[in-house]
Design a protein around this ligand. Structure first.
Ligand SMILES: [Zn+2]
Length: 186
C-alpha cells in the first residue's frame, strides 16, 4: 500500500517492524515444515483428536519463530494483522521468560489435561491483545461481538489448547475485564 493511513494495520508492515524488534524472527509455513507435522501428530494424541486443526487454523510462536497455518495468505489483511498482534505478545513472552522458561510454563501442565495454569495465563495475555487489536482495527463494537467472545472462550475451555482453563464463567470475567478497559480508554 502506498498511502500512509492504509499502512497502519498492514500485516506486512507490522511483520517488518517485528523483525526489527526481534532480529532473529523467522517465519515458517507449517505445511512445508517437518517439525510442525510432528507437533500436529503429538497434539492429536494428547488431546484425543480434539485438536486436529493445528496445521490449518492456528498460528504458533515458539521462541522467535512464527509458524503460519495453511491458507494464511488467503486471510484478509486485517485478520492477519490482528493475529500478528496476538503472536507478538508470545514473542515478548519468550524474550522475557527465555525459551526454556516459557516452554516449561506453557507445556508442563499438559498432563493431566486441564487446569494448565501457566498456559492459560500466557494465552490470556495474548488473547487480551486480540481484543485490543480488534477494537483498534474494527471498532469497539467488534471487540464486543458475541462470536469473538464465544471463539475465545472455546480456546480456553475446549481441547484446542488441551482444556487449559475449562471454566467458561472465569474466562467470561477475564473478557469483561479487558472490554471494560478498552471502553474506558480515550
Ligand atoms: Zn496464543
Amino acid at each position: 500500500m502506498s498511502d500512509g493511513d492504509g499502512d497502519v494495520f498492514d500485516p506486512d508492515v507490522y511483520l517488518d517492524a517485528l523483525q526489527v524488534s526481534f532480529p532473529r524472527l523467522r517465519v515458517v509455513h507449517k505445511e512445508r515444515d517437518a517439525f510442525s507435522a510432528l507437533v500436529h501428530r503429538a497434539l492429536l494424541v494428547v488431546t484425543f483428536g480434539a485438536q486436529r486443526r493445528y496445521l490449518d487454523d492456528y498460528v504458533t510462536t515458539i521462541g522467535q519463530t512464527l509458524y503460519l497455518p495453511r491458507g494464511w495468505d488467503t486471510r484478509s489483511a486485517k485478520s492477519r494483522y490482528v493475529t500478528l498482534r496476538h503472536e507478538a505478545v508470545h514473542l515478548r513472552q519468550f524474550a522475557r521468560l527465555g525459551l526454556l522458561g516459557a516452554s516449561l510454563l506453557y507445556l508442563l501442565p499438559v498432563l493431566p489435561l486441564g487446569l494448565a495454569w501457566g498456559r492459560a495465563r500466557l494465552e490470556w495475555e495474548a488473547y487480551a491483545e486480540t481484543f485490543r487489536a480488534t477494537a483498534e482495527v474494527h471498532g469497539r463494537e467488534a471487540a464486543h461481538a458475541p462470536a469473538l467472545r464465544a471463539h475465545v472462550r472455546r480456546q480456553f475451555t475446549s481441547g484446542a489448547y488441551g482444556w487449559m482453563w475449562p471454566f467458561p464463567q472465569v474466562v467470561d470475567r477475564w473478557i469483561d475485564g479487558v472490554l471494560a478497559e478498552i471502553d474506558g480508554e480515550g
